[in-house]
Design a protein around this ligand. Structure first.
Ligand code: FAD
Ligand code: MLT
Ligand code: ZN
Length: 480
């Protein structure tokens, strides 16, 4: 890919202007300091930005974008830089606008649960703030300690609580967004119902920084459940995983709050690479694991329901082994196994990550077929390009994380997996990006999930809102 000639190269005058807006403390130019902002969490993508700006107010963001738009300087908005599709780092020398200095809670309504905060607020910090008030963030991710709510909104992150609280398209009540020309779109509504005109905020949810910079978020926080239970199950087959899921909806129904799974390969990597691998309380290892969480208001009632559900599964041989966490510490320990999987995978070498959704009955076939495909190419095993194919994810949302561990991110290795995986997904009426987004890793494959007229309409929206194309260029929409 070539740098777009229409973008200006940064000059000293530009930096002086930015310094006048965000002061010297909000300007990073030192090569060592830039390093952290220029590469992504997976260390798969690397940009060459010479400038990071750290605004502290929406007005500063507005001045930055108005100037960049006028001068045709390309921009990458960056939150916690935990994205998994290369969207948060520059491709060439784009200016990085890092949102970490905008991290205050603006208001919280203890009656409705409407939280209004700056986009740079860290998800876990917000959740702690709400915990003290008896509420909970409607989303949770393994990256909660670093990711920003603005990044979550911009990727429409799914995560571990989507089964219960739904997607951000439902829980976000309003947004404050700075458009590429500097216009501040103030729609920080805290209303649950508002049918006045097009629901513009929806366009920015999941648009990955290509239409503007989200500076403020209004989100509906649910009441925090008083009674939480977590169980870890060991199972022999994916059919059993499905049976357990089906029954959980029938028998746990309103208290079911998460249903996650992982396979033998995933637990193997957690045990090999992370201390939390020792948290596994099961007697043996199993081909499949399920983590079930219930959240309700009456512990006795929930215990009884979960107990009956698990007994039914055991008696009928749907589940081979199971443990119910006895206290909060054990709950956290079980979750730590699940949340540790991405990090454990990242320690296994280069990781090709595919985040696909499809009907649950074919979900694990994606892993098995990929394994067979790589075996047929004689490409998997010791000394070969790939070491393992791992599956885990959000069964409750029909979302599989198919990870292929490789020696490196070579073009040859990529060509063995792609477009095979995208064709497979399209053939099964799935989505090539369930929750991580498109960034630079999936943008040119969008046609596997969206029709040409839809892609054309997306391009029209982009051109209308960002006619100079300065916002997060080369990504999200197909370059071809
Ligand atoms: P960044 O990575 O900084 O940016 C992501 C994208 O959003 C980029 O395109 C960026 O330009 C844009 N952006 C960021 N902030 C703004 C803003 N204020 N305005 C406009 N655009 C902006 N994702 C899931 O969906 N579910 C999971 O369960 C999940 N678990 C994860 C676990 C781990 C260990 C890791 C490393 C990642 C995980 N992710 C998950 C992916 C990632 O954490 C999410 O996509 C997260 O929402 C990104 O937030 P961030 O603040 O780090 O954004
Ligand atoms: C997860 O569910 O753990 C995340 O989406 C991250 C990943 O897929 O690795
Ligand atoms: Zn996920």
């Amino acid at each position: 890919m070539k740098r777009r000639d229409s973008f200006k190269k940064l000059t000293k005058e530009d930096v002086d202007f930015f310094r006048s807006v965000v002061s010297s403390s909000g300007v990073i130019e030192d090569a060592d300091d830039l390093e952290h902002f220029n590469h992504d969490w997976m260390r798969k993508y690397r940009g060459q930005s010479k400038l990071v700006l750290k605004p502290s107010t929406t007005e500063q963001v507005s001045k930055i974008l108005a100037y960049c738009n006028k001068e045709r300087l390309a921009v990458v908005p960056q939150g916690g830089n935990t994205g998994l599709v290369g969207g948060s780092v520059p491709v060439f020398d784009e200016i990085i606008v890092s949102m970490g200095n905008m991290n205050s809670v603006r208001s919280f309504d203890e009656v409705s649960g409407a939280l209004v905060c700056d986009a740079g607020s860290i998800l876990e910090v917000l959740d702690k703030y709400l915990e003290e008030r008896g509420y909970i963030m409607p989303l949770d991710l393994g990256a909660k300690g670093s990711c920003h709510i603005g990044g979550n909104v911009s990727t429409n992150a799914g995560g571990l609580r989507l089964l219960r609280y739904g997607s951000l398209h439902g829980t976000v009540l309003g947004l404050e967004v700075v458009l590429p020309d500097g216009t501040i779109l103030d729609n920080l509504s805290t209303l649950r119902k508002d049918n006045t005109g097009f629901d513009l905020k929806q366009l920015f949810i999941g648009s990955e920084g290509t239409l503007g910079i989200v500076t403020g978020v209004s989100i509906l926080a649910p009441k925090r459940s008083k009674a939480i239970n977590v169980a870890l199950l060991g199972l022999d087959t994916f059919d059993q995983v499905q049976a357990a899921f089906k029954r959980s909806k029938e028998e746990l129904s309103e208290i079911l709050s998460a249903f996650e799974f992982w396979d033998h390969g995933a637990i193997g990597l957690v045990k090999e690479h992370l201390a939390v691998g020792a948290n596994d309380p099961l007697q043996s290892t199993y081909p499949f694991y399920v983590l079930i969480e219930t959240s309700g208001s009456n512990k006795e009632h929930d215990d009884e329901k979960l107990g009956a559900y698990l007994e039914g599964l055991m008696t009928e041989g749907v589940v081979q082994d199971g443990v119910v966490a006895q206290d909060t510490t054990q709950i956290q320990k079980l979750w730590a196994i699940r949340e540790g999987i991405p990090e454990a995978c990242s320690k296994a070498g280069a990781i090709f990550k595919y985040d696909i959704s499809m009907p649950v009955p074919v979900l694990y076939e994606a892993v098995q077929d990929m394994r067979s495909h790589l075996e047929s190419l004689n490409a998997i095993g010791k000394g070969k390009p790939f070491t393992s194919v791992i599956g885990y994810g959000h069964v409750g949302d029909g979302n599989l994380h198919l990870n292929v561990a490789a020696k490196d991110y070579s073009k040859e290795a990529t060509a063995m997996i792609e477009p095979y995986v995208f064709e497979w997904t399209a053939k099964h009426s799935g989505s090539i990006s369930a929750e991580h987004g498109l960034g630079i890793s999936k943008n040119n494959h969008l046609h596997y999930s969206k029709s040409q007229p839809m892609i054309e309409l997306m391009k029209q929206f982009k051109n209308m809102i960002d006619p100079q194309g300065i916002m997060n260029p080369y990504k999200y929409l197909p370059n071809k």
